[in-house]
Design a protein around this ligand. Sequence first.
Ligand SMILES: NC(=O)c1ccc[n+]([C@@H]2O[C@H](COP(=O)([O-])OP(=O)(O)OC[C@H]3O[C@@H](n4cnc5c(N)ncnc54)[C@H](OP(=O)(O)O)[C@@H]3O)[C@@H](O)[C@H]2O)c1
Length: 216
Amino acid sequence: MKPYVILNAAMTLDGKIATKTGSSEISGKEDLIRVHKLRKEVDAIMVGINTVLVDDPRLTVHKIDVDAGDNPIRIVVDSKARTPLDFRVLNDEALTIVATSEDAPVDRIKTLKEKVEVVIGGTGRVDLKSLMEKLAKGGIKTIMLEGGSTLNYSMLKEGLVDEVRICIAPIIVGGVNAKTLVDGDGIDSMGNAIRLKLKKSYFLDEDLILEYSVIS
Ligand SMILES: NC(=O)c1ccc[n+]([C@@H]2O[C@H](COP(=O)([O-])OP(=O)(O)OC[C@H]3O[C@@H](n4cnc5c(N)ncnc54)[C@H](OP(=O)(O)O)[C@@H]3O)[C@@H](O)[C@H]2O)c1
């Protein structure tokens, strides 16, 4: 049992989701509205700890009109419980779950537990399969995975992503150290690539939106 997971990201034509300095404002106004409509539809939004540390995102629905209570649950994948207490993902605009590993310092877990729910699983890194099972058991049916590239890779590699929705902005930034849509260790041969099927494509202003199902 696992939630239905939609990986959503904005990238440049050269596949970067941020510049080498971490700047990540890529898509246009219309696409941001699409993203916020999707956030409103799902039960939870999930990000990796580096995205939190670099962007300090709110991870709420705020670019469209919504009623109070329409914010999905925020999930931070954070093996060492490093999420800073004063970062916006821990504010009271929405519920937050911090998923840590068994290696997280006990005092950090205790401090985080005073503010949010903490789920512990995995040694070294967070055990994503078991996290998905726990979230499904807790009633979370749909998750929007909002990166970054390291978490995107792990989730795809473990077969936990059902759909990929990408906004491609007509810009190029280059940079060998700029994060791409999917980084991580990478797959060794093309024969083992994760395969997708294009379901839908359309423009929002100058941005091209591509929606895929993950087939293997
Ligand atoms: N354009 C977009 O749509 C978009 C969206 C999101 C993010 N971004 C950009 O992406 C960049 C951050 O990406 P990132 O790749 O550095 O980091 P990330 O994917 O946000 O976070 C990765 C971290 O998550 C933790 N983690 C715990 N368990 C994991 C597991 N099983 N698998 C993978 N990660 C696990 C690890 O840190 P610990 O071991 O310390 O826990 C890992 O280093 C930022 O620059 C951000 O702006 C862009």
